[in-house]
Design a binder for this molecule. Structure first.
Ligand code: SF4
Ligand code: SF4
Length: 511
């Protein structure tokens, strides 16, 4: 390894040391998933508004072709991940936090994997100014692949307006079972580091730190070797302790820089931009090779599959297709989870497609959250492990009472839904899912308030307009009366007398 990794003494509050459960899936190399018969591509694979389809049913599309675009607001384009015919645009089961189905573009693959012409797409990014480079990244449909799926270009656009000191690449994959980033760093280290160079150019930053956990020696070696070949002194590898959830953005900033992101704030408030290593690799694939975000590495694992693996898979491939690559389900398979055991979401069907956010497909034999909850005994264990230093037992109490003011006061919106409090609770209270629902209710309430505010503003604007029109009419009337006064009663009498002298025909003509 040519670049020295350094240990960091930054302190993380709470957290847990969890069993890794990753060794089986990382035993072999990343498998390349074959082209499936059908691809199901949701219009919402990101934070923000759904993308709008720009293709029609029956149309033939090429791999990498834009098939749904943003409406100009927060969002990310969607591209075809293989060639074939659009056979439907309709709701389909998806893995989402809210709602079970979403509109999807369905492609019947022709097996040719015919791609769009890339010669005009590939750019020498060093010739682009930062604004043009950010626009370029936006077109590639790149989103945060660490799980947040926030559109990357828009996150970078927000970041460049702040004074920045650090670009941190997040190679910390602390949740049990998930190993896709570890394998990506081992096998695509060069892509990751080239992505870091592009990001530095876009942000105008002279340094980048790549943070990797101490339990990923092979990833560190691969990155060190690639860095040695590239001979880029601006990039430094940083080894951080293995503790869950050190991969959370705010926690990583603290570990790497010893700076604390303020409550309700962003890493940019302390001069940091954090990007996942897979996002960096995806940026490089798009900018330097013309391939938009159409595939990703996903871990398929758990005791419920025969042979846990990491797979490079086209977005839109269904979970059922991917399970086959892992040797199929075992007889004990009990629960299907999209994501890891701490933050994942259970789904009832394997028809759901893999999307930009899907870092893991986990098949468990013991279902999560089946134990019967008992009353809180106020042991305080949940507060001990909370990395945000919240008081989960208090939050739970306020959530049960539906007390939104107190939930806000006690910082529910800062909860990162890491699941640490659940895991240690001796009463088996499903705190995290309760907090997730409470946050959903708060969002709905906030939306409702915003709608009511807009309606009130519309009403007030209309009243103001009516008032102004009335005032204008009054002023005109007053002006007419004034004119009448100026003419004077003598003049008016003369006008009336002239009118009476006129023949009947003339009067009609005047009408
Ligand atoms: S889920 Fe929320 S409250 Fe519970 S430990 Fe994590 S951050 Fe704290
Ligand atoms: S860990 Fe569970 S029982 Fe203990 S205080 Fe927290 S919610 Fe109550």
């Amino acid at each position: 390894m040519s670049a020295a990794a350094t240990y960091d003494l930054g302190k993380l509050h709470g957290g847990l040391r969890l069993p890794a459960e990753k060794s089986v899936a990382t035993a072999g190399q990343i498998l390349r998933a074959p082209i499936p018969d059908q691809l199901v591509l949701p219009l919402t694979q990101h934070v923000g508004n759904p993308s709008q389809p720009i293709v029609s049913i029956g149309e033939y599309v090429l791999k990498g072709q834009l098939i749904a675009d943003t409406d100009g607001s927060l969002g990310a384009p969607v591209h075809a991940s293989s060639s074939g015919k659009i056979i439907a645009i309709e709701p389909w089961p998806v893995s989402r936090r809210y709602g079970d189905t979403a509109p999807c573009i369905i492609i019947e693959c022709d097996g040719q994997d015919q791609a769009i012409e890339t010669s005009e797409i590939i750019v020498d990014y060093t010739r682009l100014d930062p604004d043009s480079l950010l626009q370029k990244i936006l077109q590639g449909g790149i989103v945060g692949l660490g799980g947040a799926v926030f559109p990357t270009a828009q996150k970078l656009m927000q970041a460049v307006t702040a004074p920045l000191d650090y670009l941190i690449l997040n190679g910390v994959e602390c949740e049990p079972y998930i190993s896709c980033d570890d394998m990506l760093m081992r096998e695509y280290a060069h892509d990751v580091l080239c992505g870091a160079q592009i990001l530095m150019h876009a942000l105008g930053l002279p340094h980048c730190q790549v943070a990797v956990e101490s339990d990923k020696p092979q990833a560190l070696i691969a990155l060190g070797e690639a860095l040695g070949e590239m001979d880029d002194k601006r990039i430094v590898l940083k080894q951080v302790p293995t503790i869950y959830p050190s991969g959370g953005e705010d926690q990583l900033v603290q570990l790497v820089t010893n700076k604390e992101v303020p409550t309700g704030g962003l890493p940019t408030d302390v001069g940091c931009v954090v990007q996942n290593v897979a996002t960096a690799a995806a940026i490089n694939r798009w900018v330097s090779h013309g391939e938009p975000l159409i595939c990703r590495v996903t871990t398929v694992t758990g005791e419920g599959v025969v042979k846990p693996v990491n797979v490079l898979v086209r977005l839109g491939t269904t979970v059922a297709d991917i399970i086959t690559l892992a040797g199929g389900y075992t007889d004990q398979a009990n629960q299907l989870v999209i994501g890891g055991p701490m933050t994942g979401k259970s789904v009832s069907t394997d028809r759901v497609p893999l999307v930009k956010a899907t870092n893991c497909v986990l098949v468990l034999v013991d279902a999560i959250g089946e134990a019967n909850a008992k009353p809180c005994i106020r042991c305080g264990e949940c507060a001990e492990v909370c990395p945000i230093q919240l008081l989960p037992q208090q939050l739970y109490w306020f959530s049960c009472a539906d007390n939104e003011a107190k939930l806000r006061e006690f910082g529910l919106t800062d909860c990162i839904e890491c699941g640490c409090c659940d895991l240690v609770c001796p009463s088996h209270i499903a705190l995290t899912s309760d907090f997730r629902m409470a946050k959903g209710r708060m969002r709905e309430l906030a939306d409702e308030k915003a709608r009511a505010k807009r309606a009130r503003q519309r009403f007030e604007t209309r009243n103001l307009r009516v008032l102004l029109e009335q005032e204008q009419r009054d002023e005109e009337l007053a002006a007419q009366k004034e004119t009448a006064r100026e003419i004077g009663p003598e003049a008016i009498r003369a006008i009336v007398a002239r009118a009476r002298k006129k023949p009947a025909g003339d009067q009609d003509e005047d009408k």
